[in-house]
Design a protein around this ligand. Structure first.
Ligand SMILES: [Mn+2]
Length: 331
């Protein structure tokens, strides 16, 4: 049985070290980067130093946030560094060479993914937390640390982005409670929101237009999907990071319970992302395909061509959702 350590036990382990090696999941987004840097930044007040290992680098537009330039690629932890992995359900998904090391000693795992494998020596996993940033906030409180403006901005970015600007089903009381307190710490919420949401490139906006015009929907109207091929990405002169957020759009349609986003990686690999409303559990579904995530937000990687992957997923998704006997519209 996987068991959480207490915040006090984790705090004690952190206090035993002076040097930290922080890392997070591949394709990092606001919570991955925000929760990691909030923790590293706040612990400076204890005299700790940290390195932030991120082989994928900081994506645009998060790189516009002050304090994100410290991320380093291709580094490994030294024995005197305490490793803290944030927002990452298992070792395979870590965006750092650390994942190849056979080390469990002095590794802390802080996360809110349902399927977390408890790979750390110390673990704190709360699948009800709105973001890993929420867990970091409570850890900082346990340690009695002051939250400065920089830390507040990182924590707010984590919560803002993982709750879809306080819209997703994981938006909880703590999301608002913590955000209110962060304002008291000097946070400017508009600064963070404007960086995260108002920095589309023109190519991204045009690509989104294309994606929306090619949106498809199931006969019963409950599943909507968008497809992006490599050819389209090249035609719009876009990069992978431009696709962030596209998966949400089909869900905006009345009656759609699950939205799916097919992203062709190469001839034999397709990334499939899911978003859902209410009780439709896409994490359960993605798990059957080797992926995972949260109840209303999940993803998996299919080793097949784009057309094969679409057929596989769409043919099994509808019965799977019916099996969960959805009555969302009756609620
Ligand atoms: Mn997260």
């Amino acid at each position: 049985m996987n068991q959480n350590n207490t915040y006090a036990e984790i705090a004690a382990e952190i206090r035993r070290f002076k040097k930290l090696f922080l890392t997070t999941h591949r394709n990092p987004e606001g919570d991955a980067i925000g929760s990691s840097l909030a923790l590293g930044n706040a612990l400076k007040s204890l005299g700790h130093t940290f390195r932030f290992s991120l082989d994928d680098g900081v994506p645009h537009p998060i790189d516009l946030m002050s304090g994100t330039a410290c991320a380093e690629q291709n580094i490994e932890p030294t024995p005197d560094e305490l490793v803290i992995v944030l927002d990452c359900p298992n070792k395979d998904r870590i965006s750092s060479s650390f994942k190849k090391m056979d080390r469990r000693e002095h590794v802390i795992n802080l996360d809110h993914h349902l399927e977390n494998s408890y790979f750390g020596q110390y673990n704190y996993v709360d699948s009800v937390a709105c973001a890993t940033g929420e867990i970091v906030y409570f850890l900082l409180k346990e340690m009695g640390l002051t939250i400065d403006v920089q830390t507040a901005s990182f924590l707010y970015m984590a919560i803002l982005t993982d709750t879809g600007a306080f819209c997703f089903a994981n938006t909880n009381k703590n999301a608002f409670m913590i955000s209110t307190e962060l304002i008291g710490c000097g946070l400017d919420p508009h600064y963070v929101a404007q960086i995260v949401y108002e920095n589309y490139s023109l190519s991204k906006m045009r690509l989104l237009g294309h994606a929306l015009s090619s949106l498809e929907i199931s006969d019963d109207g409950q599943i909507g999907w968008i497809t992006i091929t490599r050819e389209i990405l090249a035609r719009f002169n876009s990069s992978k990071s431009d696709l962030e957020g596209f998966v949400n759009y089909p869900r905006y349609i009345e009656g759609v319970l699950v939205s799916v986003f097919f992203h062709e990686i190469d001839d034999k690999r397709v990334k499939v992302s899911f978003r859902s409303k209410g009780e439709a559990n896409v994490a359960e579904f993605a798990k059957q395909w080797g992926g995972g995530g949260h109840k209303n937000a999940a993803a998996c990687l299919i080793d097949a061509s784009l057309s094969e992957a679409k057929a596989l997923i769409l043919e099994s998704l509808l019965p799977a959702m019916q099996k969960m006997s959805l009555h969302y519209n009756d609620k």
